[in-house]
Design a protein around this ligand. Sequence first.
Ligand SMILES: Cc1cc2nc3c(=O)[nH]c(=O)nc-3n(C[C@H](O)[C@H](O)[C@H](O)COP(=O)(O)OP(=O)(O)OC[C@H]3O[C@@H](n4cnc5c(N)ncnc54)[C@H](O)[C@@H]3O)c2cc1C
Length: 509
Amino acid sequence: MSRIPEKEFDFVIIGSGLGGLACAYILADEGYSVCVLEKNTQLGGNLQVFSRDKNIFDTGVHYIGGLDKGQMQYQFFKYFGLIGKIKLKKMDENGYDVIRFKDGKEYRHGQGYDKFKANLYADFPDEKQAIDTFCDKVQQICLQFPLYNLDAELNADYFSDQDFRSVNAYKYIASLTNNVRLQNVLAGSNPLYAGVRDKTPFYVHALILNSYIISAYKLVDGGSQIANVISHNIRQRGGELFKRKNVVGAHYHDDGTIKEVVLESGETVRGKNFISNVHPAVNIDLFGETKFLNAYKKRIRNLENTISSFTLHLSFHKDTFEYLNYNIYQFNRDDVWAGIDYDKETWPEGFFACTPASSKSDKYADSMSIMTYMDFSETEQWKNTHNTIAHNENRGEEYEQFKREKSERVLQAVEKVFPDIRSKIKNMYSSTPLTFRDYIGNYDGSMYGILKDNNDPLRTFINPKTKIPNLYLTGQNLIFHGILGVSIGAFVTCFNFVDRNKIIEKVKA
Ligand SMILES: Cc1cc2nc3c(=O)[nH]c(=O)nc-3n(C[C@H](O)[C@H](O)[C@H](O)COP(=O)(O)OP(=O)(O)OC[C@H]3O[C@@H](n4cnc5c(N)ncnc54)[C@H](O)[C@@H]3O)c2cc1C
């Protein structure tokens, strides 16, 4: 295990999810000394991959938007030194997402607003006005977020204007048309943010959907490339990254600032400033209950998290299953918001399926990942077990049996879309809410962190500054989740230390 140098770093970053890595890159590039501490054996958080049957499986990133040349994610990735270093594959322009219902009808979300609209006009010829209004509104909302548009606007205050954040996604879409099928198709990719009917703000839908409409890409051979290339670039700038370093506490100076973090191994790491990429509720326990105001603790601990997932990973016999250059969102009810409140008897009520892009073949898929919603409470009986590569613990046969039963049910649901899929499967693997909890380090395996709520948008806004003067936050709980949301969040965190105009000019260059 590598030793951490005995020195005071300018920045100590806890967690190497994209948020932590992006902050480390921005700060190292500006000449600061940075140290990233990661508890797992692999860097990247949700960017981690695992390998089975010589196939690479993604855990938490399946496709990324805004990666056409000059678009916002492209410019962020260019700034991080990723463009040209990671392998990308543009998804089907005619339909990168296929929204599919029990009756077998399929609706394609096309890339580019012209294609997106044209597909919908063809499917819903009487709904042109609703489709146009929807698309205009999505684009109008996106303009309200300066960094989303690579605008460093000095006085940009993401959360001062509450108006559009109070607009509910389901209600807004329902107000545009009485055609329930169209409503469902417009909201059909809502598993991307685990949408909740009476809570999810329309802006969350708009920011995420727009990023894919403008362009949608898969990573060829897995998302860990992003973590590997950024960490290489951080090291080139003098930054240091350490794996198997589980932060468990902190020591303080008399003035209330953090002096050093304490690792499970007993080592300590000193810093002038600390940035945590960990869930805000976990931070309270890591950095000490007494250091936070009661009101803050109560608010953070009572915030609802997005639901977790049961994910089935299929490994195929060679050259048997054709590669799909699109994702499938399957719904068994004519209500895309219903699956999250599933009935255990009828679970899964839908799923997201994708075949990862592989450099081995363009024609055939090595594997398929199928995500379904699953509440943490279903795995409650094993909650005291912790199993990762760094901290290995067998959860027992009953848990394995639970996984087998759930896998079979998911597979039966998938067979309704691909009737001959079973014969093509070499092996099946699965992950539960406990897997997500243990690898990410939150309390309930939440996929996307804190649930945004249009009923009280300010409550779900997490400020990167904390009451501890030298502790800052970053990651998916800040602005919004996903590769784009977390990239933007990292800049918002770092603007506390660097000249925002200068950095954004670099990003745009
Ligand atoms: C199933 C799934 C599918 C997804 N699909 C997509 C997609 O297709 N496209 C997309 O854009 N986004 C997707 N996302 C969302 C996206 O992956 C996340 O929003 C994003 O990667 C989160 O980054 P983060 O910076 O918040 O860090 P995280 O990925 O949450 O990582 C946090 C890191 O902190 C480390 N850590 C925690 N506690 C400690 C500690 N005490 N000491 C040291 N280290 C610690 C963890 O080990 C982890 O490495 C998906 C997410 C999930 C779960």
